[in-house]
Structures are given as C-alpha cells and as structure tokens.
Design a protein. Structure first.
Length: 185
C-alpha cells in the first residue's frame, strides 16, 4: 500500500504545541501519582528517562522525589524528549483503558483507522501528521458526547486520548480518504 510508505511522522514531543502548560503538568502529575498502577516495564522505562533527563533540586535520584516536585521538574524533559512523551502518554493511556476502548470504537465508527487498544503506541516513530478535516476537536467532542452521554470525561482528556489512540496530530488537515489517495498517488 502506497499510503503507508508515504506516511510522515513528526516526533512525539510535537504534541507540546497543542497542549496547555497546565494540562501538561496535570498529565505528568497523574502518571507519577499513579505510578504503582503501571506495569513494571512502563515504570522502568519512565524511571530510566527520569534519571537521565530530570533534575530535582535536593535529590540525587530524581525518581525518589515527591510527585509534585518530580512532575514540575519533568516538564522540560516532556517538552524536549520524544521518548519521554511516548512513555508518559502511553502510561496515561494505560491508566485510562476504559476511555481508550471507547475512543477506539468511537473513532472506528467515524471511519478512522486505529491500532487495537492493546497496541503499545510508544513504539511508534511519532505522530502521523494527517488529520481528517471534517473531524476537528469540537466536532469530535460533540459526537462523542452524543455517543456516550453518560461519560463525563473532560474534553482535554478526551482530546488527549483521541490524539494518542489515533497516533495523529492535526498538523495537515485532509479531506476524505479517497481524495487523500489521489493526492498521494
């Protein structure tokens, strides 16, 4: 298939251009605050990055710092390291598997091609840049609320999950898939 060969990826840390600083910190706090709920493999990957990239004043080993201090100190690593973003976002995703499953099904009903819920998206080379023009975040949020009226997920968390599940950032808005094939053909 030609489309896969021509797929363009941008590094995971490009997500920072789409995030509010408060949300970035909330994401880090949530992951570090629920660290014991993550798999040993994920904990190990994140701890390795924290030791390498995060400096917390007063701590020789940054992994031992309290959640608040570690989270604030990890912001710059999250902003600059594609691997840190990949591990933190996959950890956050793993803390919200119910929402992830809903979002996978929801995006499929809208014609999106997405990896299965169990896939480790942190293994990807980055985000795809093409995003369906018809599906801006407001449209997606509204449609999700209609599909799952009982779900009270905050729109920032919902949008984060849509981005992570789809492996896409809305960098290059594209019309329908048929037109996309013609463009790339």
């Amino acid at each position: 298939m030609n489309n896969e060969k021509q797929a363009r990826f941008i590094p995971f840390h490009a997500i920072n251009e789409f995030m509010l600083p408060e949300y970035r910190l909330k994401l880090l706090q949530e992951v570090f605050g629920n660290f014991d709920r993550l798999s040993e493999k994920r904990q190990s990957a994140i701890n390795r990055l924290v030791k390498k990239l995060v400096k917390v004043d007063g701590f020789r080993n940054s992994t031992l710092a309290p959640v608040g201090l570690k989270s604030r100190a990890a912001v710059s690593a999250f902003e600059g390291s594609p691997e840190m973003v990949a591990q933190i976002c996959q950890a956050w995703f793993e803390l919200h598997t119910d929402l992830a499953a809903k979002v996978v099904e929801f995006l499929k009903t809208r014609g999106w091609e997405v990896l299965p819920v169990e896939a480790d998206r942190s293994a990807l080379p980055g985000f795809l840049t093409r995003w369906p023009e018809k599906d801006n975040f407001v449209t997606l949020d509204d449609a999700f609320v209609q599909a799952y009226p009982e779900d009270i997920t905050h729109e920032y968390d919902l949008n984060m999950m849509m981005v992570w599940v789809s492996g896409r950032l809305p960098v290059e808005l594209v019309a329908e898939e048929g037109e996309r094939a013609e463009e790339e053909g």
